[in-house]
Design a protein around this ligand. Structure first.
Ligand code: GLN
Length: 254
C-alpha cells in the first residue's frame, strides 16, 4: 500500500529528502521496491513540514500522483526544513480518491500517516469508533479509514498519553477488532514515532539526520529494519525500537 517517510535532522530541502535519492519516495510512487500490497502509489501524495519561524507545520497535499505535479517539484527544490513527513498513496479499494484522504493528517503540531488497510471496513471498527466523542468523529478530515485511526490516536494524544503508547494502543485495539495493516508514522517536529504492524519499516540514523521510511531510499548500509509489531521512537539523540506497548493507565483499586 502506501509508502511513507519522516525526516528529522539538519536543514534540508524537501527535494533532497523526498525526490533526489536514488529510490526516493518520488520514485516509490511508481517503482517501490519492497511494496507487498499494491503496485503503484498514484492516488495522491502529501508532504508536511516545519518552518523555522512558525509553530505549525505546513502541508502540501494533492489527489494526483507526485510525478504529475510539477509545481510541487519547484516548491520542494527551494523549501528547507529540519523535519518533514511525506506519503505517496495507493488508495484501498472503496476509499475516497480526493485530496482529503492524502496523508499527512494534522492537528496543531502533529503530522500523521497510516500505511495499511482494515479488513471488514467500516463495520469492523464501528465499536472502536463509538468510543470517540461524537464531536471528534464528526471532525474527521476524511472518510478514509486512516482518518478514523488518526482520530483515535489524536484523542489519546490530547489526553496527554505518551505518543508511543497512544500509537501502540490504537494498533492493538484496531488489530483486535479487525485484521489489517497498521503502520503509523507520527511527528511533532522534534521526534518521530512509528509502528510496524503488517508492513515494512526501516530507519537510518546518519550524521545529518534520521530517516524513518517504509523502505530504504538508497543503497547505504546503515538502514535497519524494525521488526513487525514494534514501535520506533526517533529523536535527535538516537532511535529506540521496542515491542508495541499497551498504555499503562493507572487502574483504580478494586
Ligand atoms: N487505507 C488507506 C487509504 O486508502 C491507506 C492506504 C495505503 O496504505 N496504501 O488511503
Amino acid at each position: 500500500m502506501c509508502r511513507h517517510l519522516a525526516y528529522l535532522g539538519e536543514r534540508a530541502t524537501l527535494a533532497s529528502v523526498v525526490m533526489e535519492p536514488e529510490h526516493s519516495l518520488f520514485r516509490q510512487a511508481w517503482a517501490p521496491r519492497l511494496q507487498r500490497y499494491g503496485t503503484v502509489n498514484a492516488d495522491g501524495f502529501g508532504v508536511g513540514w516545519y518552518a523555522d519561524d512558525d509553530d505549525l507545520p505546513a502541508r502540501y497535499r494533492r489527489a494526483v500522483p507526485m510525478w504529475a505535479d510539477s509545481s510541487f517539484a519547484d516548491v520542494a527544490r527551494v523549501t528547507r526544513t529540519r523535519c518533514l513527513l511525506a506519503a505517496v498513496r495507493s488508495a484501498t479499494p472503496g476509499m475516497t480518491a480526493d485530496e482529503s484522504a492524502a496523508a499527512p493528517f494534522s492537528s496543531g503540531r502533529w503530522l500523521f500517516s497510516h500505511n495499511g488497510a482494515v479488513s471488514g471496513w467500516p463495520e469492523s471498527l464501528a465499536r472502536l469508533a463509538a468510543t470517540l466523542p461524537p464531536g471528534r468523529l464528526l471532525a474527521r478530515e476524511s472518510t478514509v479509514d486512516s482518518a478514523l485511526l488518526w482520530a483515535l490516536v489524536l484523542a489519546r494524544l490530547d489526553e496527554g498519553d505518551d505518543p508511543a503508547e497512544a500509537l501502540s494502543a490504537v494498533v492493538l485495539n484496531a488489530s483486535a477488532a479487525a485484521t489489517g495493516r497498521y503502520n503509523f508514522l507520527l511527528t511533532n517536529g522534534d521526534r518521530i514515532w512509528a509502528t510496524a504492524y503488517g508492513d515494512t519499516l526501516f530507519w537510518r540514523a546518519g550524521e545529518h539526520g534520521t530517516v524513518v521510511a517504509s523502505e530504504p531510499y538508497d543503497e547505504r548500509p546503515e538502514w535497519r529494519e524494525a521488526p513487525d509489531r514494534s514501535v520506533l521512537i526517533a529523536s535527535r539523540d538516537g532511535v529506540d525500537v521496542e515491542p508495541l506497548r499497551p498504555a499503562r493507565k493507572e487502574t483504580a483499586a478494586p
